[in-house]
Design a protein around this ligand. Structure first.
Ligand code: DAH
Length: 348
């Protein structure tokens, strides 16, 4: 009996020392198993108490239970100390699980296309300038040869802020603003990208807010051949080296003659859904700057001439990437926006 009691004491002392010396949770757990586990030293000893004479059992039982409680307390205290001091993770981490990548912002497809267009025109000697989205009726219409009662105003239903102030319906007003700043300087070569606003348009190919890029060149001796050369170069750099363009006679009040410009479709004239079977895709309006507009800009049409063009940035992006609805650009659906990161993506 005495012998067993001493054994219990010895065991307890031994375990106490080990617990004190333990430096991490794994060691501590090993000690717990060694003494209090199912086949632990103290557990086995406790189990053997049943074989002791009945008169000593209660005493031995008490001593053994006290020893067990003491060890449990020592283990718990030590555990808390280790966790606190070493900031040891209390849970296991599975380092093989896939990580959660943060959402990284990307450039909007329209910004990417605008930049690409700018790069192409910069390469051709054009300078990027900015206009204003809130314009006067004068620059948006009158200076561009569209007086108050001109029927062409109907083509561009406007958001008026007051009698004379409106949200620009086109980037063309930048033409006269820049000419007035620079005249009589030649050559003048600018592109002006930006937002434009039109009331009432809202379907798969029209949006009340969209983007245009205005192009203007003024110089001595400029002809439609120069215009065609610039636009063909643009079309090839933007849509592929084998593209052709064609000019169809058209009408704009601020150009004479005027043309609508088509680029040959990606189906190479076979006829497909994109080109409605025609083999051609309309990409822009253009023409030789009207003498009235040159004069409004401070240039003398007797000595200089100019050409201009207006491109829809959404239109270019939709054709280049096969986007079938302009509203995709404004819905902010991340799975759509993510397609364009490297300019190589597409969306159908
Ligand atoms: N401003 C015209 C529009 O929004 C586009 C345009 C056509 C601009 C011909 C031009 C041009 O500079 O020459 O419909």
């Amino acid at each position: 009996m005495v012998c067993l009691e001493r054994d219990i004491e010895q065991l307890t002392e031994e375990a106490r020392r080990l617990i004190e010396e333990a430096t991490d949770l794994a060691q501590l757990d090993a000690i717990r198993i060694q003494y209090l586990g199912r086949r632990g030293k103290l557990t086995v000893l406790l189990r053997s108490l049943g074989q002791q004479p009945p008169e000593v059992r209660p005493r031995l039982g008490r001593v053994a239970n006290e020893a067990k409680q003491l060890l449990q307390r020592l283990l718990a205290d030590k555990r808390q100390m280790l966790v606190k001091s070493a900031k040891v993770p209390t849970e296991a981490y599975d380092v093989t699980l896939p990580g959660i990548s943060p959402l990284v912002g990307r450039r909007h497809p329209l910004s990417l296309v605008r930049r690409q267009m700018e790069e192409i025109f910069i390469g051709l000697g054009f300078e990027v300038v900015e206009g204003r989205e809130v314009e006067t009726d004068f620059y948006n219409f009158v200076a561009l040869n569209i007086p108050k009662d001109h029927p062409a105003r109907d083509m561009q239903s406007s958001f008026y802020l007051s009698e004379e102030i409106l949200l620009r319906t086109q980037t063309s007003p930048v033409q006269v603003r820049v000419m007035r700043e620079r005249a009589p300087q030649v050559p003048l070569r600018i592109v002006a990208p930006g937002r434009v606003y039109r009331r009432g348009d809202d379907d798969a190919t029209h949006s009340p807010v969209f983007h245009q890029m205005e192009l203007l060149a003024v110089d001595v001796g400029l002809s439609m051949a120069h215009m065609k050369g610039v636009l063909l170069d643009f079309a090839r750099k933007m849509f592929g080296p084998d593209r052709k363009i064609r000019l169809r006679p058209s009408y704009f009040p601020f150009t004479e003659p005027s043309a609508e410009v088509d680029v040959s479709c990606f189906c190479d004239g076979e006829g497909c859904r994109l080109c409605d079977g025609t083999g051609w895709l309309e990409i822009l309006g253009a023409g030789m700057v009207h003498p009235v507009v040159l004069r409004n800009g401070g240039y003398d049409p007797e000595y200089v001439s100019g050409f201009a063009a207006g491109l829809g940035i959404e239109r270019v992006a939709m054709l280049k990437y096969g986007v079938d609805d302009i509203r995709h650009f404004y819905r902010n659906d991340l799975s759509f926006l993510a397609c364009f990161e490297d300019m190589g993506g597409g969306w159908m």
